[in-house]
Design a protein around this ligand. Structure first.
Ligand SMILES: [Zn+2]
Length: 218
């Protein structure tokens, strides 16, 4: 095993050990994605703390390590957020399943709640990505950190775009997979995420145009 794989392996073993210590069920699937029955979506991985007695960590590992390793780390950082229970975690918990489904399915919701749901999701993902970068640095993971942060920024700012245009990305068309969006994003975390930088805003509009049936408010 090469030195690079060894670093990843140390991170995985430590993470799995911590998950086990916290009675988390671990689902490492040898597939490209994992299907979530209740939501009818394919995902790369997830962290589920809706039931404290049934905590689940899942990651699809049937692809190259360079692809699933960062996702594993990202989902593990959602577990750390649950463990640390900072204010942002409580804010996120306050969003009901029904409410988040209204957001995702573009169903009527008040502008105030829509903003709260998406701002909170944006901030929890930002906190998660910052934790992931700290993890990569701690384990000296062979990964281009600047490029990773660019992708994270393209993903985090997407929540601002959704607030106005209600257009989710089609499967496999994630914002971080769009080269031009990545290039337009900063290689560092922004101080403030309340406004999308203009160049990126134009690209989001191009790739994810406004939903024709945009039922923003009730
Ligand atoms: Zn996440």
């Amino acid at each position: 095993m090469g030195n690079d794989e060894n670093r990843w392996m140390k991170l995985f073993l430590d993470c799995v050990s911590e998950l086990c210590d916290n009675n988390v069920k671990i689902n490492l699937s040898h597939t490209d994605t994992i299907y979530i029955l209740e939501e009818g979506v394919q995902v790369n991985g997830f962290w589920d703390d809706t039931d404290e007695k049934k905590l689940i960590f899942a990651c699809a590992i049937g692809k190259p390590l360079t692809k699933w390793g960062p996702i594993f780390a990202h989902e593990f950082c959602h577990f750390l957020q649950w463990k640390d229970k900072e204010q942002i975690w409580y804010d996120y918990q306050s969003i009901s399943v029904e409410e988040s489904l209204k957001v995702y399915r573009n169903q009527p919701i008040s502008q105030e709640r829509l903003d709260f749901c998406l701002n909170t999701t944006r901030e929890i993902e930002l906190d998660c990505e910052k934790r992931a970068v700290r993890l990569f640095k701690k384990y000296k993971i062979p990964i281009d950190i600047s490029n990773y942060i660019k992708g994270a920024n393209a993903y985090i700012h997407f929540y601002n775009h959704i607030k106005k245009y209600r257009q989710w990305y089609p499967p496999g068309k994630m914002p971080y997979a769009k080269r031009k969006l990545r290039e337009a994003a900063s290689p560092r975390f922004y101080k403030d995420y309340s406004e999308i930088p203009p160049e990126m805003a134009e690209l989001y509009k191009k790739y994810y145009p406004e939903k024709r049936n945009n039922k923003i408010t009730v």
